[in-house]
Design a protein around this ligand. Structure first.
Ligand SMILES: *Cc1c(COP(=O)(O)O)cnc(C)c1O
Length: 427
């Protein structure tokens, strides 16, 4: 037995599962090479921005208290702005997660009487309470911001006729979610997002367009900020944190929008001037530097998963062959038992908490019970190998991350092993 197979076998992966994976990999060589090209482009983009802004050891110094004159924090924001080709950026550990970053962007730029439009259907679960689609104290609805939604057409494309009808004098902002989130619609390419932005702005030029960029960063060589988004928003414990950022969120966009976001995040009058970095600058810079290759590894893992599960009869979104615009892989397992087995495998392959058993439970911000598998260095980090999903039909597990491709590969093989062991799959 070859040494690698011997090692995998000792970790619980059967020769049949291993060989099934190797056979799939032979078909994926060209796609993996294309992913490496995108990573090379994005690596150069990040490096160029760091060099242009003279990142130096002085940028890694910790600040405390108010954080006045924090050169590292200010420089990181210039680096983000340059990578995203935006006028300005807000990149802060005081932004606690992606939902918080989106909430800041929305509430800073919507006033009572304004309307928010989602032309891409229902937003991500946690955003529903932020907007007030589901009642919640302090939602935008409570502050007198109304909301309209236009669903996607059955084929997943934009319903331009109804989007046109939905835009009126009160429509102030359009929110576009790039990634599918916990839905099974396709994720949009940056080019598609650009077309939608142009269409909306052709109807009402002064619309502010916000893109929820979670899980999309560095999957392509362009970002929503390259195609007209006024604000592009995401989480640092997803793609752009590169696995090293222990907390944080970012908003990049126009100077006007970003300044308002800073006033909302801290206080009117204070804005970007306050906010200590608490010694996190090295992690935030270094994580951003690593992010293009980390994202490439995660994307390879997602494609590998689709190419293992789809031939076994499980519907995969995206499917095994289509192009990718985020790092999420949905695998419809058809039953709660399937979701549990899959997640057990991801958990068992983790570097941290591999001995734990994931189980469905209630989660704040989510409507259904949710199962989550993660053995991450940063709690809840989903650029690290993780799988989760709400317990509802079609019983889809959303699989993402992997700080290295090899870990992602092992995790997916282990998930398949658990499915085989549970009698849910016959190789
Ligand atoms: C993860 C995610 C969010 C929310 O981010 P959190 O960091 O979990 O609060 C919002 N939108 C999308 C599409 C996401 O994937």
């Amino acid at each position: 037995m070859e040494p690698l197979l011997q090692l995998y076998t000792s970790m619980g992966i059967s020769p049949a599962v291993y060989q099934y994976g190797e056979d799939a990999l032979i078909r994926l060589q060209d796609r993996f090479a294309a992913i490496d090209k995108v990573a090379e482009h994005n690596q150069a983009k990040v490096l160029a921005a760091m060099q242009k802004n003279h990142v130096s050891v002085a940028c890694f110094a910790a600040s405390s208290g108010y954080g006045y004159d924090d050169i590292g924090r200010d420089n990181l924001e210039r680096v983000y702005a340059d990578v995203f080709h935006a006028e300005a950026a807000l990149v802060r550990p005081q932004i606690t997660c992606g939902t918080h970053a989106l909430t800041v962007a929305l509430s800073a730029n919507l006033l009572p009487g304004d309307e928010l439009l989602s032309p891409v259907g229902l937003p991500y679960d946690t955003l529903q309470e932020v907007i007030g689609i589901r009642n919640s104290p302090c939602s935008l609805a409570e502050y007198g911001v109304t909301y309209q939604q236009v669903d996607l057409l059955p084929d997943g494309s934009f319903d331009y006729d109804n989007i046109r009808k939905a835009i009126h004098s009160k429509t102030k902002m359009v929110t576009i979610q790039r990634s599918k989130g916990y839905a099974t619609r396709p994720t949009f390419s940056v080019t598609q997002i650009g077309e939608l932005i142009s269409f909306c702005k052709s109807i009402k030029p002064d619309l502010i367009v916000m893109v929820d960029n979670c899980y999309g960063e560095f999957v392509e060589t362009i970002e929503p900020s390259d195609v007209g988004a006024d604000m592009t928003v995401g989480s640092l414990i997803k793609n752009p944190g590169g696995g090293l950022a222990p907390i944080g969120g970012y908003i990049v966009g126009t100077e006007e929008c970003i300044n308002r976001c800073a006033y909302r995040l801290s206080a009117p009058g204070l804005g970007k001037e306050v906010g200590a970095n608490l010694g996190l600058m090295t992690s935030l810079f270094q994580g951003f530097f690593l992010a293009p290759t980390v994202v490439a590894g995660a994307e390879k893992g997602a494609i590998f998963a689709a190419n293992l599960y789809e031939p076994l009869g499980f519907h995969c979104v995206p499917n095994a062959t289509e192009s990718r615009h985020d790092i999420i892989q949905a695998v419809e397992l058809g039953s709660e038992a399937g979701m549990v087995a899959f997640c057990k495998g991801i958990q068992a392959a983790a570097p941290v908490d591999s001995f734990a058993t994931p189980w469905p439970s209630e989660m704040p911000g989510y409507n259904d019970r949710v199962i989550m598998a993660a053995g991450a260095f940063v709690q809840g980090s989903s650029i690290e190998l993780s799988a989760d999903g709400p317990i509802r039909p079609p019983y889809a597990v959303y699989f993402q991350g992997g700080l290295t491709w090899y870990h992602a590969k092992l995790g997916i093989l282990m998930s398949l092993q658990k499915m085989v062991d549970a009698g849910l799959v016959d190789l």
